[in-house]
Write a protein that binds this ligand. Structure first.
Ligand code: NHR
Ligand code: GAR
Length: 215
């Protein structure tokens, strides 16, 4: 069975969705460890309660980004993962780190990339007046939020939405597409060809789009 390490910085609801999918028999992976760059992350407690090895590596304790990245890679590699999953992980990772995990590092980003890379995506979507928003699972490359896309889910932006209501609508879809993407990886179905993701056996053969029904 494939081994995964999950990196978090806070609440950890995407991590919980992965744990739940595993527990339901829908995600054939061993969750080797959960690591947070913030020692006070709520998700660390959740992971420990689920019986998963959890560790904190405080980025503030390091002289710079390169030193933190190196220590983080060492910590991850002790668990010998096949895949590293960024789940609400809030530190930008350097080129050396990203290259080391090339093809085995996934992120979930709360927008329909390439729209709104970076932070505060929901407020920016509201400010721009877009009618469709969503989330994206992508392979991580050195260019922030620009790696090959695995799966996206779209949600409507509704009149009267606040940052909170829109974030909640997107988050519900994150919890659907992240376990799906990790499952595809675990099944060996994700192929990277010329910077694009092909999902073997999926109709159409390329990254999928889920558009949940409006009601
Ligand atoms: N690293 C690389 N090289 N490439 C990506 O695509 C990455 C990455 C690291 C994290 C997640 C990303 C997101 O989905 C991610 C993708 C943090 C920031 C950020 O500005 C931006 C994007 C993402 C994560 N972080 C600040 C920093 O200085 C700190 C912000 C904070 O601590 O609150 O690192 O959105
Ligand atoms: C999620 O919406 C995730 O997409 C986003 O933060 C939230 C984390 O929630 N990630 C980023 O913004 C990365 N910069 P969670 O901790 O409950 O999974």
């Amino acid at each position: 069975m494939k081994r995964i390490v999950i990196l978090i910085s806070g609440r950890g609801s995407n991590m919980e969705a992965l744990i739940a999918a595993r527990d339901a028999g829908k995600l054939p992976v061993a969750i080797a460890a959960v690591i947070s760059n913030r020692p006070d992350a709520q998700g660390l407690k959740t992971a420990a309660r689920a019986g998963i090895a959890s560790e904190a590596l405080d980025h503030k304790a390091f002289a710079g980004r390169a030193a933190f990245d190196a220590a983080l890679a060492e910590c991850i590699d002790r668990h010998a993962p096949d895949l590293v999953v960024l789940a609400g992980f809030m530190r930008i990772l350097g080129e050396d780190f990203v290259r080391h995990y090339e093809g085995r590092l996934l992120n979930i980003h709360p927008s329909l990339l390439p729209a709104f890379p970076g932070l505060h995506t929901h407020q920016r979507a509201l400010d721009e007046g877009v009618r469709v928003h969503g989330c994206t699972v992508h392979f991580v490359t050195p260019a922030l939020d620009h790696g090959p896309i695995v799966i996206q889910a779209a949600v409507p932006v509704l009149d009267g939405d606040s940052e909170e209501t829109l974030a909640a609508r997107v988050l519900a879809q994150e919890h659907v597409i992240y376990p799906q993407a990790v499952r595809w990886f675990a099944e060996g179905r994700l192929q990277l060809i010329d910077g694009r993701v092909r999902v073997a056996g999926a109709g159409g053969g390329t990254a999928a789009l889920i558009a949940p029904g409006l009601d």
